[in-house]
Design a protein around this ligand. Structure first.
Ligand SMILES: [Zn+2]
Length: 344
């Protein structure tokens, strides 16, 4: 485990150094999913524990503390995240990042929530004295994964912060957090990366058609990489081809091909498509699928706004159950036929 600061995070990192001198006991980093927030806060955690911090605020990577950190056993550091993220660091922030894939492989799905036991386990950690009387650092993400009991337990800790302890939280959506938690944290924004920087980085990772993937993932480079590496291009193309030219027989054929695809991805792709349709209809703009601008324009003319809004709502509801469908094939068929009806 080595903490990374991505090229698009340079400015934010510099800005963060001004917070260092008077560190609040809880910092909440927020911004779009799939942009590397969790790596960023881990890099900050490492630097707070480092015994030989570099002039630019980065950890030295060579001291004893950095050594423990890299091995994942620093005595003054704890990382709290859902069980489901434990073996897939890239997917850490991406709600779309291959969750369906993983589900299919394991019988008992790992939890996507941060549970109260995980927060309670911090109590012991905070009660023992620190190594060399330094800081204790707790990294927790995504904060919206805290279930209600866990949120309340964390809130108690944030209300009476143990001395010398810093909480670094990250969140994809502040609106999904309890206001009481929000009010206890200093907020720090990590905006969407600059397109050119994100594109250059994706190309460095060897992603073919990096620009297409990046746009389709709304500019989030880590999600784009995860998607590109998941080898889901064929499924993606099948779905897009259908969405561009919906018909009942095409829906059934596509559903056949897509029944083994990660359902959460399919729904997310369709949600973006619907977003583009609506956006084209209302504002003449396309955000995610510029390559399909012509088809989107043609469909937008045909579909009423009311029908589109209903389809958007249905997609949101589908997203919620995509992890536990009774039958994946029926789930996909239903989704595609609904869309066909919406467009007819
Ligand atoms: Zn160090």
């Amino acid at each position: 485990m080595s903490a990374t600061i991505y090229p698009w995070q340079g400015d934010a990192w510099t800005q963060l150094q001004t917070v260092r001198a008077r560190l609040p006991h809880a910092l909440l980093f927020h911004g779009p999913a799939g942009t590397g927030k969790s790596d960023f806060i881990e890099a900050f955690a490492q630097s707070l524990l480092c015994e030989n911090v570099q002039p630019d605020g980065r950890a030295c990577g060579a001291c004893a503390s950095c050594g423990w950190f890299a091995q994942g056993n620093h005595p003054d550091y704890r990382r709290v995240r859902p069980e489901a993220l434990e073996d897939e660091p890239i997917a850490a922030e991406g709600e779309e990042a291959g969750e369906g894939d993983k589900k299919a492989k394991s019988t008992k799905a790992p939890s996507k929530e941060i549970k109260i036991e995980q927060v309670r386990a911090l109590a012991d950690f905070m009660n023992i004295s620190t190594h060399r009387q330094g800081l204790r650092v707790v990294v927790l993400y995504p904060a919206e994964a805290l279930n209600l009991p866990a949120s309340n337990a964390l809130l108690k800790t944030l209300e009476e912060p143990p001395p010398g302890t810093v909480f670094l939280l990250s969140s994809d959506g502040l609106d999904r957090l309890l206001p009481t938690i929000l009010s206890r944290c200093r907020k720090f924004a990590l905006p969407l990366p600059d397109h050119a920087a994100a594109l250059a980085w994706l190309q460095e990772q060897g992603v073919a058609d990096a620009d297409g993937w990046l746009r389709e993932q709304g500019g989030a480079p880590l999600t784009a990489l995860a998607q590109a590496e998941a080898g889901s291009r064929e499924e993606f193309d099948t779905l897009l081809q259908f969405l561009a030219q919906p018909a009942v027989d095409a829906a059934l054929r596509a559903a056949d091909k897509l029944s083994k695809a990660p359902l959460a991805n399919l729904v997310a792709w369709q949600q973006r498509w619907l977003y583009d349709l609506l956006s084209h209809k209302l504002a003449g703009r396309v955000r995610y699928y510029p390559r399909h601008a012509r088809e989107l324009a043609r469909l937008a003319e045909r579909v009423s706004t009311a029908k589109l809004l209903r389809a958007v709502k249905a997609a949101t509801e589908r997203r919620a159950v995509a992890d536990h469908p009774l039958s994946p094939k029926l789930f996909v068929e239903d989704m595609l036929l609904d869309y066909t009806a919406c467009c007819s």
